[in-house]
Design a binder for this molecule. Structure first.
Ligand SMILES: [Zn+2]
Length: 497
């Protein structure tokens, strides 16, 4: 009998993002990448097993001529491998089912079993039983186990120490195998690049970009053979990586002998991506990743998708959270996740079967926890029937192109920012008052400015009446809040920006 197994690392994000230190995140990410892509397939290869795919923290395997008990024995060893390598920080979840009947049904049964197992295993938090112990200075949640001395002394728990040791081994080339996201980026570039040690090395204000694939679950459920599953999964993983590396290459400075980048890749693989870039590059990098991913999935999978009735390309959703580098990191990650979720809703509303790439973004002004829905409600009223929305977010990539064109036009024409700010203030009143105030400001503008504003707002379809579009939204809040963070040259669909 054959046995089909699915594996997953459900705690991957908690494990990678539990400390705000780039070096720990890099170590955690690299450890998981190596376990997932190299160690796990290697261990399972001891038996007659076919790897359908293994990337992005999950995988699928077919054990040939095996019993469930034999497959489970191997999977338990794989689980031990993860636990040992991460010191118990990240767990491998798995489920095995007999490969009987259609491939599609067997995969669904395996995932159902995996979900059921996961729901049963709620982790215990050990530290709450341990009063009066010194807590790890990185994660602030587990008891310390050692004094880590490089580059300066810090008390760490065993899980954080393992991450940091891995990151240092990679950075100093002490590891015998080349693994991790940075090696792959350097292979892509063809030269070495030095990267930031800490978030403040990136910029004073940073943008955290969180992206993942649209409608992936639904597409995967339509796949009927292991070969197709492998083709699909490998192409998606390759396209996400290449799209990320292509966009980040724009941020590399210096020459091939001493190249530097002010960005960090925190998580990458499967259909997931988390990177940090300087605040004024956030939107353009997200845009370029989105467009490149569309092009690459069209190139790698266009025929496959068409044959399976899945359109001609795949798309991503993006959440971009912008703040000072000192903003609590967990809040920043959380804000980006909320924005990602809201971008997904927009895409699904536009086309549930084939959602376009959408992006939502937010600038955190304070250092407190960000609630996107609440932050949006701070603008003015939604009008009597909720018809007005004093923002256009979440954006499609086409909307974002328009926003950058509008900003570039106003900058070119030297439209006074004081007037833009006054227009923006109008959004904090009722929709009718906003219209009255905006018209007054526009009417008082000098000829050149009046013309510039009209042209700009007409580009965004927000002049009927100013500042509203016929749909009752406006780009005014994005235009003002992100004025300095938008690219100097407008974004263009052909990737030439
Ligand atoms: Zn720790």
């Amino acid at each position: 009998m054959d046995v089909l197994a699915v594996v997953d690392t459900p705690s991957i994000k908690k494990y990678v993002f539990e400390t705000p230190h780039l070096v720990d995140i890099e170590g955690a990410s690299a450890l998981l990448d190596r376990l997932n892509r190299i160690e796990l397939p290697k261990l399972l290869a001891e038996t007659d097993v076919q790897t359908v795919y293994a990337n992005g923290g999950s995988g699928q395997f077919i054990f040939r001529d095996s019993t469930i008990a034999e497959a489970e024995e191997m999977l338990r060893r794989a689980e031990g491998l993860y636990s040992e390598a991460t010191n118990g920080g990240a767990a491998l979840a798995w489920a095995a089912v007999p490969y009987e009947g259609s491939y599609n049904a067997v995969v669904q049964a395996a995932f159902a079993k995996l979900r059921a197992k996961r729901d049963l295993s709620a982790p215990l938090s050990a530290e709450s039983f341990l009063p009066l112990v010194k807590l790890c200075e990185a994660c602030h949640s587990r008891p310390v186990s050692q004094l880590y001395r490089i580059p300066e002394s810090i008390w760490l728990c065993s899980i954080c120490a393992t991450k940091r040791r891995t990151a240092h081994a990679i950075r100093h080339g002490h590891d015998d195998t080349r693994f991790g996201l940075w090696y792959q980026f350097e292979d892509f570039l063809g030269y070495k690049v030095s990267r930031p040690q800490k978030l403040p090395d990136i910029a004073d204000r940073i943008a955290l970009i969180y992206a993942d694939g649209n409608a992936m679950g639904r597409r995967i459920r339509q796949i009927t053979t292991p070969e197709d599953y492998r083709t699909f999964s490998e192409a998606v993983d390759k396209a996400v990586r290449e799209a990320c590396y292509t966009a980040l290459e724009d941020l590399v400075t210096g020459n091939e002998r001493s190249a530097e980048i002010s960005a960090s890749i925190l998580l990458l693989g499967g259909d997931d991506l988390v990177v940090v870039v300087p605040a004024d590059k956030g939107l353009q990098i997200a845009y370029k990743i989105g467009r490149t991913y569309e092009e690459l999935t069209h190139e790698y999978l266009g025929d496959f998708l068409k044959r399976n009735g899945m359109g001609t390309k795949l798309t991503l959703s993006f959440g971009v959270a912008i703040s000072r580098h000192s903003h609590p990191f967990e809040y920043l990650i959380d804000a980006a996740q909320q924005l990602l979720a809201s971008a997904k809703v927009r895409g699904t509303n536009i086309n549930p079967d084939d959602p376009p790439s959408c992006i939502d973004f937010h600038l955190a002004q304070t250092t407190s926890h960000v609630d996107i829905e609440c932050a949006r409600s701070h603008y003015g009223h939604l009008g009597t029937e909720g018809h007005y929305k004093p923002t256009r977010r979440p954006y499609t990539l086409e909307d974002l192109e328009i926003l950058t064109r509008v900003a570039a036009h106003l900058k070119n024409e030297n439209y006074p920012t004081s007037q833009l700010n006054a227009l923006y203030e109008s959004l904090f009143s009722t929709p009718a008052q906003a219209e009255m105030i905006a018209r007054e400001i526009w009417a008082r503008n000098k000829d050149k400015a009046r013309k510039a504003l009209r042209t700009a707002m007409e580009m965004a379809n927000c002049f009927s009446p100013l500042p509203w579009s016929p749909e009752g939204d406006t780009i005014l809040s994005e235009l003002v809040e992100f004025y300095d963070l938008l690219p100097e040259r407008p974004l263009r669909g052909d990737n030439s920006a």
